[in-house]
Design a protein around this ligand. Structure first.
Ligand code: PEP
Ligand code: MN
Length: 340
C-alpha cells in the first residue's frame, strides 16, 4: 500500500505510522517529494487493513498498489526517479550519455578513447574490466588490472566510470572502482548478483536480458530495489528475434511501454542492439525519439584491432555526429516540459 500523508503531517505522525507498520513486520520506506510525503509499504495489505492506518493523524489517504512491481512501479512513486552518477543526472531533462570501448584492452587504448570521449562532452566512460563472453576462448577482460586503469583514467579526465560486475565473487572489487555498476544482459536473472547489487551504495545499470519480457526485466529490477538500493537505471540493449541482418533487435516500443510502468530511468544501448556500426546512429536516434533518458554506446580508436565488439564500435567522428543529432531530438521532445 501507499500511504499519502497530509502536507501538514508532522515528523511524529510519520513516525507513528512507521511504528505501526514495523510492529506488523512490514518493511516500509518514507518518500519525500517537494510537495508531499508518502510511505511506501510493499505487500502491507497482506498483514494489515487500510482502515488501521487511515484514521491515524496526518494520514490523507491509503492507496493500494496493484502492480506486482511494488518498488519499481510508477504507481507508488512520487514522480520520476533521477539517478545521479558522479554529477550526471540520469532521468532528468538532459540526455545522459555513456560512451567508451567494450573492454579495457591496454593503458594506451583506454586513455586514447577516454580523451576523445571527454573532449566530445560526454561525462561517463563505459569500459568492461570483466567481460561476459559467449565463447570461453574469447577475450575475458583484463580484470583487476583494468580496474586500476579505470581509476587512473577517472583522475586524468574527470570521467565517471561505468563498468560491469559479472559475478558475486568479484563484485566488491568492481564496486570500489565503478561510479555505475553495470549488470549485463546475460546476468539479468542472476538473482545472487542482483541481490548483492541491491546491497550496494553505488547505482546500478540493469540491462534487459536478450529474451526477457518487460515483466521479467522489472522483476529483476525489483530484486535490486527490494534489497535497499533505489538507484536503478534500466537499459534496453536489443532482444533475440529471427532477424538476421543485425546482432539483436532494438525493441524501440519497450521504451515508452516500460516508462509507463516504472518511475526508473530507461536508457538504450544501440551498439549491442545492432552489432553494426552503420546501424548504431539511426537506432540511437530512434531510442531517443521514443523517450529514452540516455544512451550507452561503444566507441574505439581503432575498431579493427579491438579485442571485442569492434564491428559495432563508433569512430570518434561518429560519436560527435551522434551526440549532435540525439541532442537535437531531445530538445524537440523536452521543449514543452518533461518527456510525458
Ligand atoms: C557490454 O556492455 O559490453 C555487454 C557485454 O553488454 P550486454 O550485457 O548488453 O551484452
Ligand atoms: Mn560490448
Amino acid at each position: 500500500m501507499l500511504i499519502l500523508m497530509e502536507q501538514t503531517a508532522t515528523l511524529e505522525q510519520i513516525q507513528a505510522v512507521m511504528a505501526v507498520l514495523e510492529g506488523a513486520g512490514i518493511r516500509a520506506y518514507v518518500q519525500e517529494s517537494p510537495v508531499s510525503t508518502s510511505i511506501l509499504a510493499p505487500h502491507a495489505s497482506q498483514a494489515l487493513k487500510a482502515d488501521r492506518i487511515e484514521p491515524m493523524g496526518g494520514v490523507a489517504r491509503v492507496v493500494p498498489i496493484t502492480s506486482p512491481f511494488k518498488l519499481a512501479s510508477a504507481d507508488g512513486a512520487p514522480g520520476r526517479t533521477v539517478v545521479e552518477v558522479r554529477g550526471v543526472a540520469v532521468g532528468g531533462r538532459e540526455l545522459a550519455v555513456m560512451a567508451g570501448p567494450c573492454g579495457v584492452e591496454s593503458r594506451e587504448q583506454l586513455f586514447t578513447v577516454a580523451r576523445y570521449v571527454a573532449e566530445s562532452g560526454v561525462k561517463l566512460l563505459r569500459a568492461g574490466a570483466f567481460k561476459p563472453r559467449t565463447s570461453p576462448y574469447a577475450f575475458q577482460g583484463m580484470g583487476t588490472e583494468a580496474l586500476s586503469l579505470l581509476e587512473a583514467v577517472r583522475r586524468e579526465f574527470d570521467l565517471g566510470i561505468v563498468t560491469e560486475a559479472t559475478e558475486v565473487e568479484t563484485f566488491d572489487e568492481v564496486e570500489r572502482t565503478a561510479d555505475l555498476i553495470q549488470l549485463g544482459a546475460r546476468n539479468m536473472q542472476n538473482f545472487a548478483l542482483l541481490k548483492r547489487a541491491g546491497r550496494s551504495e553505488k547505482p546500478v545499470l540493469l540491462k534487459r536480458g536478450p529474451a526477457a519480457t518487460l515483466e521479467e526485466w522489472l522483476f529483476a529490477a525489483e530484486y535490486v530495489l527490494s534489497e535497499g538500493n533505489r538507484n536503478v537505471i534500466l537499459c534496453e540493449r536489443g532482444i533475440r528475434t529471427w532477424s538476421q541482418h543485425a546482432r539483436n533487435t532494438l525493441d524501440v516500443s519497450v521504451i515508452p511501454a516500460v516508462r509507463q510502468l516504472t518511475h526508473l530511468p530507461v536508457i538504450a544501448d544501440p551498439s549491442h542492439a545492432t552489432g553494426r556500426r552503420d546501424l548504431v546512429i539511426p537506432c540511437a536516434r530512434a531510442a531517443v525519439a521514443a523517450g529514452a533518458d540516455g544512451l550507452i554506446v561503444e566507441t574505439h580508436c581503432s575498431p579493427d584491432q579491438a579485442l571485442s565488439d569492434g564491428p559495432q564500435a563508433l569512430l570518434p567522428s561518429d560519436l560527435v555526429q551522434m551526440l549532435d543529432q540525439v541532442q537535437k531530438i531531445r530538445e524537440v521532445l523536452t521543449q514543452g516540459g518533461p518527456v510525458f
